[in-house]
Design a binder for this molecule. Structure first.
Ligand SMILES: [Zn+2]
Length: 410
């Protein structure tokens, strides 16, 4: 492991260690069979805090070409995503909609255009920017999208033909950006003077409070708080004018951001005071994190070993990237969990990176007649329980791994 470091937000070269997880396989390196060695490429994974701007981030960035893009696995078809898209688009129209002049909305990292279609349906003029091949798919469906990484360069291209947007939306973008400063500079440059940037991102308070260490993986580069966002935006002449919460990804912030010169006052003071009170942006506030995470690991492995010695069959459900972090950190293999169900047919038939637990369809999983199902993708807990209980008649029990391992019936 190299000891060099450069803060994603402020270029500072020193850091505080928060959690060192050692060398782990890339979370999306699913393999076809044991002759496939893609998952043997282990990379250091540790969470650090910048002492200068308080940004929590992964210390060692993995070469981009080695990463398996999350986009491969993204799906916009879940009922939860649909409900959220409807709610968010209605909320945005109520706040920023206008019947006089159709407001222009740009979505950063618009993926397959699923949310864009909802923004268009409520009345916005829309444009998406996304680096994946889904941008082309969206275009083909009549959802205007540019295929590119969002930053100053693509903004210059947009401004050649378009006005500045009144609304910009970026959901789960900041934490995955390796070019964070160029991303924010691009947002600053594109946003109309009276415009609003709406950001949705997982809140690092939940990472600490609920021990969501499984959300730490190589492609998830930074972990944000209102305090670190405030510091970041300030450096680019932006300010937070509203903070709200949504039940996405285990607890997310929904922030509104405007230009520093905008007459709407900044409105993040009470949240920053709260974070200061609980030590969220200081290394002292994270002192017991490693100890707590290690306790969860011990307890989870002990529970699985106990069930095994009792002759119980344990499987799991939801082959999400985050679950791969947990399996590898806890070193849970097929002797403790025989299979992992997932509805995504692109994952079925593959082996989980590092631990080689086979991914199977929900039906194959239930045909194994398990006694317990560990919920891997815990942010879809309700959907998973409903699916297995209602569609497959599962009568056994569930194991929730976080914040502490717990057996639940429903
Ligand atoms: Zn920094």
């Amino acid at each position: 492991m190299t000891d060099s470091f450069k803060c994603l937000a402020c270029n500072h070269e020193k850091y505080h260690m928060v959690l060192d997880m050692g060398d782990v396989p890339l979370a999306n390196a699913f393999i076809k069979d044991l002759s496939d060695t893609a998952d043997q490429n282990r990379e250091p994974l540790s969470l650090v805090m910048c002492p200068e701007c308080d940004l929590l981030q992964i210390k060692d960035e993995v070469d981009r070409t080695k990463l398996f893009s999350n986009y491969l696995w993204m799906t916009s078809t879940s009922a939860g995503a649909k409900a959220h898209a409807e709610k968010l688009s209605t909320r945005l129209w109520e706040k920023f909609g206008s019947d006089e002049k159709q407001p222009f909305l740009v979505e950063v990292a618009s993926n397959d255009g699923f949310f864009l279609e909802h923004y268009r349906d409520v009345g916005f003029d829309i444009l998406g920017v996304d680096p994946s091949n889904f941008a082309q798919e969206a275009n083909d469906r009549g959802v205007p999208s540019i295929r590119d990484f969002f930053g100053v360069k693509v903004v210059d291209k947009i401004l050649e033909t378009r006005e500045k947007p009144e609304v910009m939306v970026a959901r789960n973008v900041l934490g995955h950006s390796s070019e964070l400063q160029d991303l924010i500079a691009g947002m600053k440059k594109l946003l109309a003077p009276e415009g609003t940037l709406v950001l949705e991102l997982p809140y690092a308070y939940m990472l600490r409070a609920e021990l969501q260490y499984d959300t730490i993986f190589h492609e998830h580069l930074s972990y944000l708080t209102v305090g670190s966002l405030h510091n970041l935006f300030k450096r680019f002449g932006l300010k937070i004018t509203d903070v709200d919460f949504v039940h996405m990804n285990g607890g997310s912030l929904l922030c509104e951001v405007k230009h520093e010169e905008n007459e709407t006052p900044a409105n993040d003071h009470s949240m920053r005071a709260f974070e200061e009170f609980i030590g969220l942006n200081s290394i002292e506030g994270w002192r017991s994190f490693t100890k707590d995470v290690n306790k969860q690991r011990r307890d989870l492995v002990a529970l699985l070993e106990k069930l095994k010695s009792d002759g119980k069959k344990v499987v799991s459900y939801g082959a999400a990237a985050k679950y791969m972090t947990m399996l590898n950190y806890c070193d849970i293999k097929t002797d403790l969990i025989s299979a992992c169900g997932d509805a995504n047919d692109r994952k079925q038939g593959l082996l989980c990176p590092g631990v080689h637990i086979p991914v199977v369809s929900p039906k194959e999983l239930m045909d194994m007649d398990p006694d317990y199902v560990l919920i891997g993708a815990w942010n879809f807990k309700t959907e998973i329980i409903n699916l297995l209980r209602n569609d497959y008649g599962f009568k056994g029990e569930f194991i929730m791994p976080l914040p502490y391992p717990e057996i639940i019936s429903d």
